[in-house]
Design a protein around this ligand. Sequence first.
Ligand code: IPM
Ligand code: MG
Length: 354
Amino acid sequence: MKIAVLPGDGIGPEIVAQAVKVLDALQRDGLKVEMEQAPIGGAGYDAAGDPLPQMTLDLARAADAVLLGAVGGPQYDGLERSLRPERGLLRIRKELNLFANLRPALLYPELASASTLKPEVVAGLDIMIVRELTGDIYFGQPRGIETRGGERVGFNTMVYSESEIRRVARVAFDIAMKRGRKLCSVEKANVLECSELWKEVVIEVGRDYPEVELSHMYVDNAAMQLVRNPKQFDVIVTGNIFGDILSDEASMLSGSIGMLPSASLDLQNKGMYEPIHGSAPDIAGRDLANPLATILSVGMMFRYTFADGALADRIDGAVRKVIAQGLRTGDIWTEGCQRVSCSAMGDAVVAALG
Ligand code: IPM
Ligand code: MG
């Protein structure tokens, strides 16, 4: 098992170091993994003048899985658009054809009070958001800023082909089959042609999955329903931009964005694994970040790319255990719990691996 480790920027290196600790501990138990690090994002720009240096892309291609921290930072905001850290992330997703982004929103019972929603609204929450990741307005052409009629206009293109919709819909239906067999497709078909096609194709794919109860929701309503009654959802499938927004919203149901892992898969289940949160420059380098989303991302790596559910369960179990022990980083801390640093949290998870 070859893992490309791309720490990135801000808190990226600190949280990835904790996930690597977990992998190292598993290696001492006999797991065979090869890990190699490379820069991405602002770190890629600093090292090679490119947010996705060629050697990083080559390493990621040669690996079975990629572990990523986070990218971005205020010091890079002034760079020309194509050199900004986020572009490195978007390019690696596209280059590796990682079209299916799985973002689970799961509430650990002990964290119910860390959510800004009432405990009874979020207790037992377990949603899987399947976000399309390599299409939509993120990549559509034409795009740009140009002068028209004496003023500047900015423009992007929302576009989906049938095949792009079909393949992500299949992933979502397959996941729904393994869970509660309910799938909600989210779009804006009352306004956008792109969404109209999305809905049609999802319905077509659904004919192959008669056991899955398929529903459709406009994205504005979905945003509202997620805070009104989030437990009505099992699996949500949606396009790139709607999924970006809804997954941040869903993360707060589970207490903190610092808890949520993600997997981005290609057709062969090769994957890139990353926390859904950003690089948090405000707390970077201070050993304050929550490494659990990154550690849980390693769990997802074993579940999806290496098809080792037992090991994935072991990692998830260790995270549950430290939460149950009352250990909390600042983002999930509540009265009566023990506040710990990023590295102490990593050590605790290693100890809890058993
Ligand atoms: C995410 C992030 C990225 C995205 C940014 C950093 C480009 O918000 O992974 O959700 O918009 O996809
Ligand atoms: Mg986002």
